[in-house]
Design a protein around this ligand. Sequence first.
Ligand SMILES: Cc1cc2nc3c(=O)[nH]c(=O)nc-3n(C[C@H](O)[C@H](O)[C@H](O)COP(=O)(O)O)c2cc1C
Length: 364
Amino acid sequence: MALVCVEDFEEKASSQLEKSTLDYYKSGAGEQFSLKLNREAFRRLRLRPRCLRDVSQPDISCQILGQQQKWPVGIAPTAMQKMAHPDGEIGNARAAGKAGSIFILSTLSTTSLEDLAAGAPDTHKWFQLYIYKDRSLTKKLVHRAEKANFKALVLTIDAPIFGHRRSDVRNKFSLPSHLSLANFQGEQANGVVTMGGSGINEYVVNQFDPSITWKDINWLKQLTSLPIIVKGVLTAEDAVLAREFGCAGIIVSNHGARQIDTVPASIEALPEVVKAVGKDLLVMLDGGIMQGNDIFKALALGAKTVFIGRPAVYGLAYNGERGVEELLSVLRKDFEITMALIGCQKLKDIQSNMVVHESFYSKI
Ligand SMILES: Cc1cc2nc3c(=O)[nH]c(=O)nc-3n(C[C@H](O)[C@H](O)[C@H](O)COP(=O)(O)O)c2cc1C
């Protein structure tokens, strides 16, 4: 049977992956309230379509950081993609490139950033970074990313420590021994990174720096001329700080609800961020995007582009690079249909009053 929506890919992946791997990809923090909310909050928004508005010449291309993109959907950084399929990060990135999507490589990838750059040369790539206790390790990663032609650094700011994912603890989740966190391979030899069989949690506990503050953005800025995007903003206050510290953009995100539970869905947090900084800063979003109308809602509320995390992993698990290609094509088609049926030919035709909260209709 043809796979016609992201849920179909999720179902396929769920039947193919080992339990502890699936749990790792699927799970959120705590009792997973925000995980469900990330999707449900989109359902609380209603579309107000407009009719008779010539949609015969659709064009969903956009410009992000001065770069032309085919459509406003990219791939969010997710760790350890070779657990999903041997094609891993290269397969995911190649599929993104073919679809004209930005690909963000996780620092915690099972493919080194150099191999990724060589394997997906035609893809527009950003590199996701954490600031590690060992600043020279961080510095090296930044310079490697520059050299490998990544176009932006995505600094994840919502992870001073690792969130508590119950299933990972129950499953004693760790990276299978035939895979490694490829960006740190050389470091392992020097004993800087202690991976062994001890699992990702121990690795992260050892290297993540809970003392980092906004001032570290200044340190990062003097290392690189790449634009710095902060990922994990959920409040107007942090959005204003991101602007003050000279960031080039923000990804409104709750990290796929994997860090702290009962935070708002990303789409719920988006309006206050857009109100605070949307006029002069690039605002993007990830979290819970499953279909075309989710993309539309995020754009109508002020995001310039969105990213998908788990859906791409499900495509990868289902059928490697081809699976991600298929998934992106299903999502693109769905977004094109949404655009046409709501009366928008170009992204600039999207108006904020085309999306309202369900309470708008509660008097009926
Ligand atoms: C399995 C998995 C691994 C992730 N790894 C990272 C990571 O290494 N770095 C990071 O900044 N975000 C990471 N994220 C968060 C994603 O970048 C993104 O914020 C989230 O997946 C978006 O939500 P969605 O999965 O509903 O699309 C991860 C998410 C998942 C599901």
